[in-house]
Write a protein that binds this ligand. Structure first.
Ligand SMILES: [Zn+2]
Length: 128
């Protein structure tokens, strides 16, 4: 009886590992109960399901898609880490000025010029 309780508890380990890699927690929990050591090794060598993890991040609101390169960036990001273009930050607490759910994005050089108004800035290098 105690062995069964222990198995039900330790079956969470491979399930948690697989869940962090974008897999279904419950399916891996059952797998862990049936074949614990196999499930544990399998979960450890499992490649992360990046698409499932991206979908989870989008669903939780942790990330959003860059409209320029379609990579995921943080909600608070002002510059895309992949294409370096400026993004309008979308803070969850801030009221949205536009009822349109699509975020508005500005050219990075235009934003930089606006932020550094009055300061001496070198001309931005031409794109491409
Ligand atoms: Zn981008």
């Amino acid at each position: 009886m105690e062995a069964l309780v222990l198995l039900l508890i330790i079956a969470v380990i491979p399930a948690a590992i697989a869940s962090n890699k974008g897999r279904n927690f419950f399916a891996w929990y059952v797998y862990g109960i049936l074949l614990w050591i196999v499930a544990l090794i399998h979960a450890l060598v499992l490649k992360p399901d990046m698409r499932a993890m991206d979908e989870r991040r989008l669903a939780t609101g942790e990330m959003r898609k860059c409209p320029h390169c379609a990579e995921l960036v943080k909600q608070e990001a002002t510059v895309c880490r992949y294409c370096q273009r400026s993004l309008t930050p979308l803070l969850p607490s801030a009221p949205r000025p536009d009822p349109d759910p699509a975020p508005t994005f500005l050219d990075s050089r235009a934003v930089k010029r606006r932020e550094q108004k009055g300061r001496e800035i070198p001309p931005a290098p031409p794109l491409e």
